[in-house]
Design a protein around this ligand. Sequence first.
Ligand SMILES: Nc1ncnc2c1ncn2[C@@H]1O[C@H](COP(=O)(O)OP(=O)(O)OP(=O)(O)O)[C@@H](O)[C@H]1O
Ligand SMILES: [Mg+2]
Length: 476
Amino acid sequence: MVITLKNISYITPSGIKLFKNVTLNIDATWKTGLMGPNGVGKSTLLNILIKRITPSSGHVSNNIKAGYFSNSVNSEINSSITVSRYIHNHVHDLSSFNKMWYAFKLKDQLKKQLLKSLSSGELTKLLLSILLSNHYDYYILDEPTVSLDTDGIDTLKDILNTKNGFLIASHDANFLSDITNHTMIVDNQQISLYKTNTLSAANTQRRVTESQDKQIQREKKSIELLKQKSTTLREWDKKSNSDNTKFIKRAKSIEKRIDKLTKEIPNIDKEIKNNQLNSSSTYYKATLTVENFSVGYNEYPLFNPISFSAKPGKIISLHGHNGIGKSSFLNFINHTASNQLNSIGKLHISTNAITLVSKTRTHRQSILKLAKNNYGTDFINGVHKLGIVRDKFNTPIINLSSGEQKKIDLLLSLLDKSALILWDEPSNYIDVRTIQMLIDFVKIQSKTIVVVDHNFDFLKHISDQIINLSAVTNAD
Ligand SMILES: Nc1ncnc2c1ncn2[C@@H]1O[C@H](COP(=O)(O)OP(=O)(O)OP(=O)(O)O)[C@@H](O)[C@H]1O
Ligand SMILES: [Mg+2]
């Protein structure tokens, strides 16, 4: 059984070219990893394969019964449905499902909760257990490890090892190299296919980063090329002594384009001085002090009480397994917790200017509009430094990829008027190169930041202090 793409090209509704004449056969017995920088079209490709998106041209043939997983919100999840009802509605093979539920260490008491009250990791584990216990010939998974703790990733690997074939988009080269035998990399509107045993995780990662660097080079060159073209046209115009105005007309139209590109996006290559962002909050300073503090939804606190003091410019990180109460804690600080959440201990915050970045906010404006109306050139420069290319600048942000939207939200929090930033899983959806840039940005800024993330390596790089949350063991 094979999925075939024949001469596929795809241009998004906002005019961004993602694929050009791609021809590809994917064998359903392959275990394939799909990699590529944010915004190159990985999720779009998966949607083309399952025929949810029709390519602009070319032909897809897929007669395989494939199960599809993605983290994007579905309306049922936000409704008032309980976990047990949801399981009842969607599970085909209960015994196989239960095995996965316990393998993921999910507790039976969760079944009584509303689906929307599950933590992000619990929800992902539930959705993966449902999909992977239902029998399909092939599985197509879009970033399944997002939100999973380390144990969860290991369990997912065990489950995937029992499957015949799958295709998984992820930014985690190590995870993919452990479970796959083929690798596809999206680069410059093309897809390259490798046998995984010929390509180490480090090599795969290097290829992805190189393709990003090349993309930036190509982008830089494009204005140079336009300038050359207009010069040539003007020369031709001089040489042709006739009244023919076609050369000069074309030269003028190209110059207009150059003008637009360079005026709309001024100083794009200007170095952000010492990487310093012109945050408007330089005058505000925030300190967050927590003493013997914990939160919980019943008489028991979720994690053993913690104490710390976060000073301006410092970054405190919290690390702990899915469901331990990290997001609940951040929401408590942000005054957005459910009123069922109780707390013990002391918490003092010296500011009301708080920004929480968790699930992606939806911006209908484009990057250019947001820069013009609110955030200025630092925003444009920052966005570009974080790897978003110019041809995305006019698209409504809501139509960009999950990773691109996440980067924008993180950057906005660094630039807005807040003095205290709370980041709930900032590394989700973000490619490795951008994580590196983010580390650089964060080190030189002056706000107080509390971060929650499952990527321990990332936390080690950005944190002044890491607090490990441990579960309270109670009698029952
Ligand atoms: N209204 C509620 N009633 C009872 N339990 C709840 C409620 N809301 C959330 N919980 C539970 O509280 C626990 C903590 O949730 P929280 O979202 O804070 O976890 P988390 O540490 O952020 O996890 P993750 O790493 O998966 O994001 C979870 O087990 C969750 O199911
Ligand atoms: Mg959470």
